[in-house]
Write a protein that binds this ligand. Structure first.
Ligand SMILES: [Zn+2]
Length: 149
C-alpha cells in the first residue's frame, strides 16, 4: 500500500483503464476515501463528456478544403508532344529499316571486330543504366510522397 495519496495519472488510469491498473493502486483506492472521491470526480467528468454531442463544424469543411486544393490538369507541354512525336517517328523508321533490310543488317556487323561490338555495348550500357536508375529513383520518390503513414 502506498504511503501517500495517488497521483492524478494513477487515478485516471484506474478510472479509464482499470485493466491496466496496478494492484497497489486498486488497493489504495479501496481504503482511501480521499482518493476514491477524486476517482468519482473523474468518473463524473467522463460521464458528462460522453453526454456531450460530437463536435461538428457548422460549415462543410471538406468542400472548403477541396476548393483550395490545386487541380491536376491533364495538359501536355509542347516539349512532351515533340518528344513523343520524335519517339514514334524513330520507332516507325526503325520498323521500316528492319522490315526491308532485316536480313542484311547482320551483314553490317560481320565486318566489325568483336572489340568494337563490346565497346558499343559498353557505351549503350553506360547511357542506358543511369537512365534506368534515374527512373527507378523517381518512382521511389513518388511512392514515398504518396505514403502518408
Ligand atoms: Zn489516497
Amino acid at each position: 500500500m502506498k504511503a501517500s495519496h495517488l497521483s492524478d495519472q494513477e487515478i485516471q488510469r484506474y478510472v479509464f483503464a482499470t485493466a491496466d491498473c496496478e494492484q497497489a493502486i486498486i488497493t489504495h483506492l479501496q481504503t482511501c476515501d480521499h482518493c476514491r472521491n477524486r476517482a468519482k470526480t473523474y468518473e463524473l467528468i467522463e460521464a458528462s463528456l460522453q453526454n456531450e454531442p460530437a463536435p461538428a463544424f457548422d460549415f462543410d469543411l471538406a468542400a472548403l478544403v477541396m476548393n483550395e486544393l490545386p487541380t491536376q490538369e491533364e495538359k501536355f507541354s509542347i516539349i512532351e508532344v515533340l518528344a513523343y512525336s520524335a519517339g514514334f517517328v524513330g520507332l516507325g523508321a526503325l520498323s521500316i529499316v528492319i522490315y526491308f533490310f532485316g536480313r542484311d543488317l547482320l551483314v553490317l556487323f560481320s565486318g566489325v571486330s568483336n572489340i568494337a561490338i563490346y565497346m558499343i555495348l559498353c557505351i549503350v550500357g553506360m547511357i542506358f543504366l543511369p537512365l534506368c536508375w534515374e527512373v527507378y529513383q523517381s518512382y521511389q520518390r513518388r511512392i514515398r510522397m504518396l505514403d502518408f503513414s
